[in-house]
Write a protein that binds this ligand. Structure first.
Ligand code: ADP
Ligand code: MG
Length: 684
């Protein structure tokens, strides 16, 4: 590190810069191309950026006190241009002398007949002929509050970086064969290309290397986690598919399977027969019928003498799955139990005993099913619904409940397949394409507050015709009392407005048996209008509900809106989704709502959402287990991601402990990284 004053060292420290490597890793946010010097006469003043070189003709201080400004007239052979400072006038007044050769860089505007630059970047020169110093590309570094307090300018940072780059080499740790394969610059030259580019094509070349480096480490950690914690072992072979499985699909199932369901099921069957543990993700749009696919796998487990567990992220969902499964399987003589965290201890003991004794075939529940006390008799299959709500740790935990049970995880957040393959690198993927036949597409519209009366008349008509209605209010954070107030107030208003209808309220802060009662009554058609926060977002299935009004629709994310809308359009009635944005709606808010009107394809919506929000927010960084990448953008950089993944998995497979000599440096970097990632997942 350069020799620094205590104050500056502290400022760097507070900005997260502790070592030469940290300094190298502080990349410019942009570059200024000063290779082009313009003559003043050639400038139009239409807002172009330019560098001009000349001599100071005159210096004027204008105004008093806070309104004081400094004007400096610069003259070259062709004309004059005015530099203006509203801030720091006294500092710049001391800097300039008449006749002094200087350069200005900035945005040129025309005021009256005078060309001017406000707060140009200034370099003082020995002579106006001295252009060598100017003809370069200038790196502009990100500032921070701490840095600007310590007067650390980006010029200063740049000189420190250069100083440090000369003194200290950064250690290359990507194995040479991989560097060669993609013609990536070696680490030190990449830093040089970033901080001191000779031309503007160099920084992107160097960036490619840093992105690759970052993604390689990430994918290596995924590969290693799988190797250590989730490696598929030989699994139980489910060879018998007579019995319950055939009876269910041939006699009891009230509808034809869709092609998507059939192909997902056949991939699953192959896994289950293979003798190896299955680790499969089933992706499918909302309403594509993933539950039936899971039931198929569960019945195979039962036919082969094993138990199955079905884990859902919320109590509402667990209860619903419990009812759905009980209903579908009622004539098959299977014993299904529900296990949640809130059951009374007598009941709980009874359930736990019957699971351990093997009397219970299927256990449906919340994450209560992975608690220590739960012991299975012979667990053969674990199904995890809405897996984006669970992490790697829960997956590992549920697998520890049996001897290499098969794992089926289901997700209704469709993400582009290539991306899914890189993110859930440790899972095989099936996609349930298409929706069951006969679904009538939901009609979606954006309406303003002025149309509220009309909307309510429409609601009334639908209720009269036997339909049911959701009214959804945003709940950004469960603790935000404001949002809850919105829903509660909305509920009171609707009750008044529809005196003859049954109106119900559902929110996350209610006790679970209250929630259950409300949901059951809605299911049974005893409630006409269900006012709800987003607790109904995932999975809830009430086919008779055909109208959804989404209040403050602009506050929801696109994928969330799609999930919500997926609650309707499940029956044989025409369904309507009415988006009611608040008054103040942003540009991206509008884009989101328009997209909802435009399409109901989950994959298309997911992709748009991904673009609008960026991957971290889209996937919910926490659930996805995705780190905040510093350089890579997993959407834009999918090509690099794919390569990094392939190389990383190959590397970890061929040299799991990184013991080869060519991996020595890589090992030094990877070890702490892997430790951090494992701890993040609650592993190791
Ligand atoms: P998701 O994939 O969103 O979890 P579900 O499994 O909840 O979807 O299924 C949505 C609805 O579609 C349920 O009411 C289910 O019974 C019904 N369903 C599933 N498969 C079919 C099919 N092949 N034909 C008709 N209806 C189906
Ligand atoms: Mg579902």
């Amino acid at each position: 590190m350069p020799n620094l004053s205590k104050k500056r060292a502290e400022a760097l420290h507070k900005s997260g810069i502790h070592s030469p490597d940290d300094l190298f890793m502080l990349f410019p946010i942009r570059y200024i191309d000063k290779t082009q010097i313009r003559s003043i006469a050639s400038l139009s003043g239409s807002g172009e950026t330019a560098t001009v070189v000349g001599r100071v003709q005159s210096i004027h201080e204008i105004g008093y006190g806070r309104k004081k400004r400094l004007e400096v007239i610069l003259e070259d052979d062709s004309g004059t241009l005015k530099g203006v400072w509203f801030r720091g006038a006294s500092y710049f007044k001391k800097l300039f002398k008449e006749k002094m050769p200087v350069s200005f860089f900035g945005t040129v505007k025309l005021y009256g007949h005078a060309l001017s630059m406000a707060h140009p970047e200034v370099e003082t020169l020995e002579t106006t002929g001295e252009t060598r110093n100017l003809q370069r590309i200038v790196s502009v570094y990100p500032g921070s509050k701490h840095m600007s307090k310590a007067f650390i300018t980006h010029n200063l940072i740049h000189s420190w970086v250069n100083h440090t780059l000369e003194k200290k080499q950064s250690t290359e740790f990507i194995p040479p064969d991989l560097l060669n394969k993609y013609q990536l610059p070696e680490r030190n030259s990449a830093f040089r290309m970033i901080h001191n580019p000779e031309n503007l094509s160099e920084p992107p070349k160097a960036m490619k290397r840093f992105k690759y480096e970052e993604l390689l480490l990430f994918e290596m950690s995924m590969a290693r986690i799988k190797q250590v914690y989730l490696d598929p072992k030989p699994g139980p072979r489910f060879e018998i598919s007579g019995g319950k499985t055939s009876r269910f699909f041939n006699e009891l199932l009230p509808f034809e399977l869709t092609n998507g369901q059939k192909s997902a099921l056949s991939e699953i069957k192959q896994d289950l027969r293979s003798g190896n543990q299955m680790h499969r993700l089933v992706q499918g749009d909302v309403g594509s019928g993933k539950t039936i696919v899971a039931i198929g796998a569960i019945l195979l487990a039962l036919d082969n003498g094993y138990q199955a567990v079905f884990m859902a992220p919320t109590e509402i969902l667990a209860e619903q799955h419990y009812h759905t499964l009980s209903n579908f399987l009622k004539n098959l003589n299977v014993n299904i139990r529900l296990l949640t965290g809130r059951q009374k201890s007598r009941l709980r003991t009874d359930i736990l005993t019957s699971i351990e004794a093997g009397h219970c075939d299927i256990i449906v529940g919340t994450h209560a099913v992975i608690q220590e006390k739960v012991r299975f008799h012979k667990l053969g299959l674990a199904v995890v619904d809405e897996q984006h709500r669970f992490g790697v740790k829960q997956r590992a935990d549920i697998l520890a409940k049996g001897e290499a049970p098969h794992l089926l995880v289901m997700s209704a957040t469709p993400i582009p397949r290539s991306l899914a393959m890189s993110l859930y690198s440790d899972l095989d993927i099936s996609v349930v394409k298409g929706l069951p036949a006969g679904r009538i597409p939901v009609k979606t519209a954006i309406r303003t507050e002025r149309k509220r009366k009309e909307i309510y008349r429409f609601v009334e008509k639908n209720i009269r015709e036997g339909g049911q209605v959701y009214v959804v209010f945003p709940l950004v954070d469960e603790s935000e009392a404001m949002d809850l107030k919105d829903a509660t107030m909305g509920y009171e208003k609707l009750k008044k407005h529809f005196p003859d209808a049954a109106v119900g309220l559902l929110h996350g802060q209610m006790k679970s048996d209250e929630k259950e009662t409300i949901m059951n009554r809605f299911h049974l058609g005893e409630i006409d209008i269900l006012v709800s926060t987003t607790v109904i977002e995932v999975g809830v299935d009430v086919p008779n509900a055909n109208v959804m009004i989404i209040e403050h629709a602009e506050r929801f994310g696109l994928s969330q809106l799609h999930q919500l809308r997926g609650r309707i359009g499940r029956g044989n009635r025409q369904s309507y989704c009415i988006l009611l944005p608040g008054e103040r709606i942003t540009e991206t808010g509008r884009i989101r709502l328009n997209k909802m009107v435009e399409t109901d394809d989950g994959f298309e919506i997911a992709e748009a959402d991904l673009k609008l929000r960026g991957p971290g927010d889209f996937l919910g960084t926490k659930q996805s287990g995705l780190p905040d990448f510093r350089y890579a953008d997993i959407v834009e950089d999918q090509d690099i991601l794919r390569n990094a993944k392939r190389d990383a998995w190959h590397l970890i497979q061929s040299d799991p402990e990184l013991q080869l000599e060519k991996h020595e440096n890589l090992k030094r970097v990877f070890q702490p990284y892997f430790k951090e990632r494992s701890e993040y997942f609650g592993l190791g």
